[in-house]
Design a protein around this ligand. Sequence first.
Ligand code: C5P
Length: 283
Amino acid sequence: MENPIIVALDLPSPQKALKIAEELAPVVGAFKVGKQLFISGGSDVLRKLRATGAKVFLDLKLHDIPNTVAKAVMAATDLGVQMTTVHASGGSAMLAAAGNAAHEQAAMLRSEEPLVLAVTVLTSMDDGDLAELGIEGGTQEQVLRLAKLATGAGLKGLVCSPQEIEMLRAELGDNVQLVTPGIRPASSRPDDQKRTLTPAEAIAAGANWLVIGRPITGAADPKAAAIGILHSIDPELVPESERPEPIPEVVDCAECGKSLKLDATEQATGRYHCPYCDKDVVH
Ligand code: C5P
């Protein structure tokens, strides 16, 4: 299995994003650059992220006439990104144009073809928002309709919420790549995410890639947080050079000194949440 962690670099400046990316590159699979970071940092930030060796996911959620979207996807391919997004609601001609543009431009450059991911229904929208747009039948039905439209137009990946992974995997089979945000490790705060899965649950449900932001970028030690998440999915995913010495099963909390029994992940990563002092501790 490839390292499935995509770190959402939702940070206030390109400098901060690049600093954290350099630290995280050895232990994550990809970095996601959204509209804010791309508008402030431009293609320069993408080149510098590529130079860390990790994959780059340019998340601009394109939605325009087919020709314009195709040209934008070609430009993203020129920049060497590995993943990019379009809105499935742009229609089958736009989706096919996006997929073809990625294929043909990569063939011309003799480079790796970026994975064009379709975004179905934004998770900020509910059934009432769709009804306002004249779409009856609810979000689940619309997600499935748009997912089938996108894969029918030749796209090989979708962005979906944790709640949709099992349904999409069952309906569309194993060939589609599913990328999901809304991931929270068991010990993390939910922030503004409402319906979350843990990293291991999302992978077990059928996700290929996990978009994770604040649980990593907002942690006191982002690299240790990423290693802990990787370990919880599959200890073998942690690069050997990054595996800390395991600590004993029973330790005294490094913050408050009370005795605790740790699980296997906590022992291997040296990170735990102490129920006595309610702190996230790096031993
Ligand atoms: O910090 P957090 O882990 O919540 O970041 C999740 C990332 O995934 C953010 O960049 C957010 O914009 C994005 N996202 C999301 N939910 C969606 C689509 C994208 O959280 N439905």
